[in-house]
Design a protein around this ligand. Structure first.
Ligand code: 7TS
Length: 411
């Protein structure tokens, strides 16, 4: 069990009033708040060590380089990568997936090939594959999702026919940011590998919320963002298996990635430098390392259990509201700590605006899942997404504000 009161004390931002009410922050799927340890890491870096990395021989540059490379090693450990060189710093999940789609896609995809993804992806794990398929002449196919009690679960039986030797790459989300579905990622990787496909996992919603081990998952690439796991914005990671990375050309070129340059051309350093052209985001990378320390000091297995309890409590309490449609897997099914819902006749943006008046931060909209929304027969949902510092009392505040909103709109 998490000591939530103690955890809340670590997050300065949580102790404020919004519109005259204590802040109830339930928009963690969009971005998570930052503990003091992460904020301190940023301040420490800029007050003591700020310098460019990999270039200087002076004290500050060496300290900055050590801290930056130390953060890489820390993050490798956090996801159990075999080698820190398998951790490439990017701006976030979106940039990580684009890097694979551009570099890997350009080198490997050709007409007749199939790229497989799923119907429940965030646009960031959808549009890059549409573009890569278009550019190469490959075909993009989708694993459908189920309805009923398993709503939002992938149709694993359909994989039997979809996973053919023509499939060169299978990209799927670990956790859906709209449905809360937790996909059986290790099984998906195993089945993809059996037909020789490369796997890409979008771990944006999972890496800070549950134990994650890239070797146990058996994936080739895995993408995530620092800001959803208590780290800063503007920093993220692409994990790639070393054997694959060393065969890929960089997506972006410039300083820092070369062994030798002539007026005619250039040769690349190995990973990770090959993929980090220009001055990297040193401070945020270091603070992401601090976020790993923080989450491990709490325990991601404990965070996952806490998230799951809050999601179950939220679903039970929300289901007492008249006319609610809760989206995603039902009680007992694999579901993460987020709950999306909709009410006939009340727009999600109105719900979020009313909730804000009561100090409750929610998200309303299509959550960058437009094709999924259409399949669900919706234009938008309201989403409450939980994290380690949320409490059951905050779910009561959520239900209370929703009751007030429903009374206003429906009577
Ligand atoms: N993949 C998933 C599953 C996500 O939830 C998000 C962001 C991304 C990719 C993109 O991450 P970024 O850091 O590169 O932007 N999801 C959300 C959300 O649900 N609400 O705001 C952002």
């Amino acid at each position: 069990m998490l000591d939530v009161n103690k955890i809340r004390a670590d997050f300065p931002i949580l102790h404020q009033q919004v519109n005259g009410h204590p802040l109830v922050y339930l928009d963690n799927g969009a971005t998570a708040q930052k503990p003091r340890r992460v904020i301190d890491a940023l301040v420490h870096y800029y007050e003591r060590d700020n310098s460019n990395v990999h270039r200087g021989l002076h004290a500050l540059s060496m300290r900055a380089t050590d801290a930056y490379e130390g953060a890489r090693a820390r993050i490798a450990k956090f996801i159990n990568a075999a080698d820190p060189a398998e951790v490439i710093f990017t701006r976030g999940t979106t940039e990580s997936i684009n890097l694979v789609a551009h570099s890997w896609g350009h080198a490997h995809l050709k007409p007749g090939d199939v790229v497989l993804t799923t119907e429940i992806e965030h646009h960031s794990n959808l549009i890059p594959w549409q573009q890569a398929a278009r550019a190469s002449g490959a075909t993009l196919k989708y694993v459908p999702f189920l309805g009923g009690d398993a709503e939002g679960g992938l149709d694993l039986a359909a994989l039997d026919t979809l996973l053919t030797p023509q499939v060169k790459l299978f990209a799927f989300t670990h956790i859906s940011n709209t449905l809360g579905t937790i996909n059986p990622a290790a099984e998906l990787c195993r089945r993809a590998r059996a037909v020789g496909a490369v796997t890409v996992i979008d771990a944006a919603q999972s890496v800070g919320h549950m134990p994650l081990d890239v070797r146990a998952l058996g994936c080739d690439f895995l993408a995530f963002s620092g800001h959803k796991m208590c780290g800063p914005t503007g920093i993220g990671v692409l994990y790639g298996r070393r054997a694959l990375l060393d065969k890929l050309a960089p997506d972006e070129t410039g300083g820092g990635i070369v062994v030798s340059v002539t007026y005619e051309g250039a040769t690349w350093k190995p990973a990770p430098e090959r993929f980090e052209a220009g001055t990297p985001n040193v401070a945020d990378a270091i603070a992401l390392g601090a976020a790993c320390d923080y989450l491990d000091s709490i325990g991601r297995d404990q965070i996952a259990a806490h998230d799951a309890v809050l999601a179950q409590v939220a679903m039970e309490k929300l289901s007492t509201l008249p006319g609610i449609r809760i989206i995603g897997p039902r009680t007992g099914a694999a579901r993460s700590g987020l709950v999306s819902f909709a009410f006939e006749g009340v727009h999600a943006h109105d719900i979020v605006t009313f909730a804000d008046e009561d100090g409750v931060a929610l998200r309303g909209g299509h959550h960058c899942n437009q094709p999924l929304m259409r399949k669900l027969g919706l234009t938008s949902t309201t989403r409450a997404s939980f994290y380690l510092y949320n409490t059951e009392q905050e779910i009561d505040a959520l239900v209370a504000t929703l009751r007030r909103t429903l009374k206003f709109f429906i009577g």
